[in-house]
Ligand binder design. Structure first.
Ligand SMILES: CC(C)(COP(=O)(O)OP(=O)(O)OC[C@H]1O[C@@H](n2cnc3c(N)ncnc32)[C@H](O)[C@@H]1OP(=O)(O)O)[C@@H](O)C(=O)NCCC(=O)NCCS
Length: 209
């Protein structure tokens, strides 16, 4: 019987994406193209630094509009992946989150620790009531992240995500602030640290009416 791998205890930082990060994000997506291909439709576009720059530009517009940031997941000087909010729905006090890791950073708990940090921010700093995760039905690895953190499976949506040229079914997960407060994982999982540098999104900011 193999013993469970220890979670990485190394300091993990979430840094809001900025133009200076474009080369690192581009390099990581290029190195992980085959690994991301089954799950991330955007990776199928023509690779270019300009496309990564456009992602960063749109992320900063979203952040400046008060709808939530996109963060690089950093282990010291290594970019491991990206995590962030889909635009926060302030009226419903709800946001979905999305994430991906570079191929060589899987299996260390980095995304679980990063999701923990966003849950703490979403519930305790922003006052949101629910966070959602939507994964392709076949994406068992991503579903394990949601299960591990105590998200409830609400169901399967048959036409859940448009993937290049067809629909794929997706599993919808949700976690409430009260459920998160009751989870012991909050402390055990060594949440990533959110580096200051992004203003906290606020209801009533541009685009949140
Ligand atoms: C989905 C994805 C982010 C999950 O990555 P991951 O490495 O499985 O997730 P985490 O970083 O949370 O690490 C969990 C792994 O670390 C291991 N781990 C070790 N100690 C751990 C601990 N204390 N806590 C959590 N995980 C721990 C877990 O055992 C697990 O590995 P296993 O599944 O082989 O058992 C990654 O597979 C990925 O980027 N996939 C492609 C893009 C994608 O699908 N994005 C999501 C779209 S919805």
């Amino acid at each position: 019987m193999t013993s469970p791998r220890p979670i990485s205890a190394q300091r993990l930082e979430l840094r809001p994406v900025r133009p200076r990060h474009i080369p690192a994000v581009y390099a990581l997506t290029e190195a992980s193209r085959a690994h991301l291909a089954p799950w991330m439709p955007w990776i199928h576009s023509e690779p270019s630094l300009a496309a990564t720059a456009e992602f960063v530009r749109q992320a900063m517009v979203q952040e400046a509009s008060g709808l939530g940031a996109q963060f690089g997941i950093w282990q010291a000087t290594d970019l491991a992946g990206v995590i962030g909010y889909h635009p926060i729905r302030w009226i419903e006090r709800h946001a979905d989150i999305g994430y991906w890791l570079g191929a060589s950073f899987e299996g260390q708990g980095l995304v679980s620790r990063s999701v923990c940090a966003l849950l703490n921010q979403a519930f305790f700093d922003l006052g949101l009531s629910h966070i959602g995760i939507q994964t392709a039905e076949d994406n068992v690895r991503s579903q394990r992240v949601a299960d591990r953190l105590g998200f409830r499976r609400l169901g399967v949506v048959a036409e859940g995500e448009w993937f290049i040229d067809h629909w794929v079914p997706s599993v919808v997960f949700q976690l409430s602030a009260a459920e998160w407060l009751a989870r012991p994982e909050r402390d055990r999982l060594l949440p990533a640290v959110i580096r200051p540098g992004s203003a906290l999104p606020k209801p009533g900011s541009a685009g949140t009416a």
